[in-house]
Design a protein around this ligand. Structure first.
Ligand code: HEM
Length: 454
């Protein structure tokens, strides 16, 4: 039986583009949920700057789209991040170039390597949590960013000493500027050192100089073979033809990992605080579990925080050729948004989606195409296992080291930071008591289970 395929885009709201854009900017999820109720799990919207965009919120269609051939759908070449992160950035390339670079970058992010990074994250997070003020409410976002920035600079860049200090000073400024500039490709022109793009390029040149020094040091490190950091593995990686990665390639991938992994993880941690303070019964169970050396509920809580508060709301794909999905043949040149924001709140996929309920993931692996905070397919976040490990270690330390006071304040609103969504008040915490480090029994769950969940 032949099924009819319609050439063009699925139906969607007909309001003028500025109204649709405003709807998305002001109240993204409620706006999109209204469209889903009206048009179903696949519809089109029309946005300022992006044009006609197809939204997908159906796991089968999401699977089909994630699995599409790499020459039909691109994630990189049309991304506004390409110019910001550099021509070699994994986020800005496609097809064979993307597969080649991805294959070289993947090994250090495999599940079994995470054990090597855990003590480092623990050291970084412990020092930061020690500095949290007692008995006074504060936004955790900045502190979480300090942890996640240092984690990437040390575990991924292998930076230490003065280089670490310099990068900690320069890179947050550079990523902040990059996030804002990625939204305005019209001003990507170097009009001198005072122009926004000119300032951005000059800051990047400073970063590149430091990174070149770091790459040279790493290449000449007599202990290179024993180093666990990602840079050490990158300088030893060889392409199929035996050649090394060039310095510009390594630099672009390093800053890409920083840009992709630092705020996303920090915002997820800030959201975890926001969620847990509003659910004291879960908080208490998590504390008891941590004290007993367990982690099942904590693992589930991380999955649930990422379901309810996915910091990246869409994985984007651009049609480079006509692409058939859900009975439509989408023409070339259209952006498809695979929507975590909508899928995660679909009551048929996650009953009572507005309820923060980590138990829904206890002993249950989330669906690959319904739980998609890390995207999917050949573009799935390469740092997912690293991020999951980091979230787990930091949350455990918070549960063990401080008493987090519950609150009956309203939920924090979503705040768009240019690429990722953070809690509007920065994930406010009130810490009433500090506890000493605890001696923990060995964890029971095998490492592979953590990796699979992530
Ligand atoms: C909670 C934390 C994180 C979230 C929510 C997140 C989310 C995402 C998402 C949605 C994508 C796009 C996937 C797609 O298009 O299908 C992505 C890609 C990527 N992420 Fe993450 N990420 C996180 C942490 C990290 C970390 C820690 C790193 C590295 C240290 C990282 C490195 C990358 C890279 C390099 C890509 C590009 C992959 C490719 O195009 O092949 N991310 N991430």
């Amino acid at each position: 039986m032949s099924t009819t395929v319609i050439d063009g885009l699925p139906p969607g709201p007909t309001a003028p583009m500025p109204f649709q854009t405003l709807g998305i900017m002001l109240r993204q999820r409620p706006y999109l949920e209204r469209q889903r109720r009206r048009y179903g799990r696949m519809f089109s919207i029309n946005l300022l700057g992006l044009g006609r965009m197809v939204i997908l919120a159906d796991p089968d269609l999401i699977k089909h789209t994630f699995m599409a051939p790499p020459d039909v759908l691109h994630a990189g070449s049309r991304s506004p991040l390409r110019k910001v992160l550099g021509d070699n950035s994994l986020l800005g390339i496609d097809e064979d170039h993307h597969m080649e670079q991805r294959k070289l970058l993947l090994p250090p992010f495999k599940g079994q390597r995470m054990k090597a990074y855990e003590p480092l994250i623990e050291e970084i997070a412990s020092a930061e949590i020690e500095r949290w003020p007692l008995n006074t409410e504060f936004a955790t976002a900045r502190s979480m960013q300090t942890i996640t920035l240092r984690a990437i600079l040390r575990a991924v860049f292998g930076a230490s000493g003065a280089t670490l200090t310099e990068l900690e000073e320069l890179l947050p400024r550079w990523t902040d500027m990059g996030q804002s500039l990625s939204r305005f490709p019209q001003i990507h022109k170097d009009l001198g050192p005072l122009s926004p793009w000119g300032k951005f390029l000059r800051l990047r040149a400073k970063v590149d100089k430091i990174l070149d020094g770091l790459i040279d040091q790493t290449k000449n490190d007599p202990d290179l073979a024993d180093r666990p950091d990602v840079l050490a593995l990158m300088v030893q990686a060889r392409r199929e033809d035996g050649t090394e990665l060039t310095n510009p390639e390594i630099r672009d991938q390093l800053v890409t990992m920083l840009a992709a992994g630092h705020e996303t993880t920090a915002h997820t941690l800030a959201w975890s605080i926001e969620r847990l303070r509003r659910h004291p019964e879960i908080l208490k169970r998590l504390q008891d579990e941590a004290a007993a050396g367990g982690k099942e509920l904590r693992e589930a809580t991380i999955l649930e925080v990422q379901r309810m508060r996915p910091v990246i709301s869409f994985a984007g794909r651009h049609t480079m050729k006509p692409f058939e999905v859900g009975g439509y043949r989408i023409p070339r040149g259209v952006l498809i948004g695979l929507s975590a924001g909508l899928t995660h709140y679909d009551p048929e996929l996650f009953p009572h989606p507005d309820r923060f309920d980590p138990d829904r993931f206890v002993g249950v692996r989330p669906g690959t195409y319904s739980w998609i905070p890390f995207g999917g397919g050949r573009r799935r976040c390469i740092g997912a296992t690293f991020a999951h490990m980091e979230l787990d270690v930091v949350l455990r330390l918070i549960l063990e080291r401080v008493e987090l006071a519950p609150t009956d304040a309203p939920d924090e609103q979503w705040h768009f930071k240019g690429v990722a969504w953070s809690p509007k008040e920065g994930g406010r915490a009130l810490v009433t008591r500090r506890r000493g480090p605890v001696a923990r029994p060995e964890p029971e769950a095998p490492e592979e289970e953590v990796a699979r969940a992530a």
